[in-house]
Ligand binder design. Structure first.
Ligand SMILES: [Zn+2]
Length: 134
């Protein structure tokens, strides 16, 4: 099996609901995402997948969706105040945890036909969540 990994880095703000701890407060992270692609054979170009295609479906999409954005669960009580203040934010139907980011990115890539087998979402240098289908 061949495996390649594409990394994407971005900055985001978030907070977690139904959680007691530092991530319950609005704060930010410098995220690193490792997108792993696998294939038993290579294509005619000698690739598992063309990085150019993966960058469009992965890196470009991730940056457009999440880079320098405040990401909140859709029922976060701060949302009406942000709207009133004209602040930009992104909502998710689930808590913006590293685990949920990993699955969201994985599902997006699969839906775009990428041979993704794992997405690891590094919320910090020492905390990583992985969603995989190997
Ligand atoms: Zn956090």
């Amino acid at each position: 099996m061949f495996r390649v990994t594409e990394e994407v880095r971005f900055c985001y703000g978030h907070r977690l609901l139904d959680y007691e701890g530092p991530c319950a407060r609005i704060h930010g992270h410098n995220a690193r995402v490792a997108i792993e692609l696998s294939a038993p054979t290579l294509d005619r170009k000698g690739f598992v997948a063309d990085f150019f295609d993966i960058e469009k479906a992965g890196k470009d999409w991730i940056l457009a969706q999440f880079d320098h954005r405040l990401i909140l669960r859709e029922d976060d009580p701060v949302i009406p105040f942000l709207k009133q203040a004209g602040e930009a934010f992104v909502t998710l139907p689930v808590n913006p945890s590293a685990e949920n980011f990993a699955k969201l990115i994985f599902d997006h890539l699969r839906a775009h036909g990428a041979p993704v087998t794992a997405v690891s979402f590094y919320e910090t240098d020492t905390a990583v969540a992985t969603y995989e289908d190997r």
